[in-house]
Design a protein around this ligand. Structure first.
Ligand SMILES: [Zn+2]
Length: 156
């Protein structure tokens, strides 16, 4: 699991080849880009990104050109630990199509309160700067994917 890092213009990701931090512009997250230092292709994030601050979360959700699947979790939550490897699979298969972001509701209590998270794990889909669907409870990767695809297909 990598940390979610942003600046005002984009998502910051480390190059797998040389370690250089590169910015993926929020509005071009699905585009193919190359590392600014070693010129190797930069791949879209293929693992869940852990939000470290409300600011990072808000910037990403407000501007991202890809849908974002948010997992609200906490370290003491047994079902959350069960769903964590499922989300790793979801993130790997969804690379370039949507992002998976994890929000620790113990650490980022303001986000849990703002979105009215009553139980964890809760998974929510954000698209176009707003939440378009959510579901509570642990489930296998293929069920999470089905929920996300259905939510994106039926959003108004
Ligand atoms: Zn590089």
């Amino acid at each position: 699991m990598a940390a979610l890092e942003t600046d005002t213009r984009g998502l910051l990701v480390a190059c797998a080849s040389c370690g250089q931090k590169n910015r993926l512009a929020f509005d071009r997250l699905a585009s193919a880009v190359r590392c600014g230092r070693c010129k190797q292709p930069l791949s879209a994030p293929a693992s869940p990104l852990e939000a470290g601050s409300t600011g990072d979360f808000d910037r990403l959700v407000a501007s991202a050109s890809l849908p974002i699947v948010v997992d609200y979790w906490a370290p003491w939550c047994g079902p959350c630990r069960m769903v964590a490897p499922e989300l790793e699979k979801v993130a790997a298969r969804a690379a370039g199509r949507w992002l998976v972001v994890k929000v620790n509701t113990d650490a980022l209590t303001d986000l849990g309160e703002r979105f009215g998270i009553r139980s964890i794990p809760t998974m929510a889909v954000f698209a176009g700067g707003r939440e378009v669907g959510r579901t509570a409870g642990a489930r296998p990767a293929q069920d999470i994917e089905a929920f996300v695809q259905q939510t994106l297909a039926t959003r108004t």
